[in-house]
Design a protein around this ligand. Sequence first.
Ligand SMILES: Nc1ncnc2c1ncn2[C@@H]1O[C@H](COP(=O)(O)OP(=O)(O)OP(=O)(O)O)[C@@H](O)[C@H]1O
Length: 218
Amino acid sequence: MILKASNLAIRFGQTVALRDADVAISPGEIVAIMGPSGSGKSTLLHVLAGILRPEHGEVHLDEQRIDNLSDSRRSRLRLRSFGFVLQFGDLVPELSLRENVELPLRLLSAPRAEARTRSRELLRQLEVDDLADRRPGQVSGGQAQRAAVARALVHRPSVIFADEPTGALDSAAGEVVLDALTGLARKEGSAVVMVTHEARVAAYADRTVFLRDGRVAA
Ligand SMILES: Nc1ncnc2c1ncn2[C@@H]1O[C@H](COP(=O)(O)OP(=O)(O)OP(=O)(O)O)[C@@H](O)[C@H]1O
């Protein structure tokens, strides 16, 4: 397993968001998380990604326990091992698409030339290379989301987390983004954990985990 979580529990005030949740993701596997509104999908994603710390339970990336690391070590680990695609607007608005895609590699101190070559190649595969010098506000939502997919993949992460990655797109643009995300992740061997409430999005996954009231349903 590349990512394994057991007995996860977390509350927000009186609300129990997760209780006794177990999830295990194999290397390169594409998993959808589905469930009714408020069932804990985003919370589970945030706990698996080391953004939220569970009150009970453990999260392991490969052999390493990650939930009990300090905030700074978890941030570093997220940068190195994970990629993220959110619903919309998570590119840096002041940077061009190319600079956004290069950013994870630059933060990881990769040589500038290597960052440039790798990001150019991904932007080409996602068919937005002709827009590389535009800022996110100067392209369509679907084009920006394809750049976000490139940014999520650029540093060859073990796991890509996607929270409603096509939630802000029409179905045609959404399909292009999902084809790109799942196709490139398969090619490069990154696992994908994707929260969605749409069956047609979950159809891109190898497997679906259903949540109900903070529990993983059988
Ligand atoms: N920061 C927070 N503060 C208080 N309550 C929260 C917080 N985050 C989540 N919750 C609550 O925890 C429960 C699970 O929320 P979560 O966002 O994980 O659900 P979800 O399945 O992703 O929902 P949706 O499909 O509507 O996005 C909900 O009852 C929600 O109101």
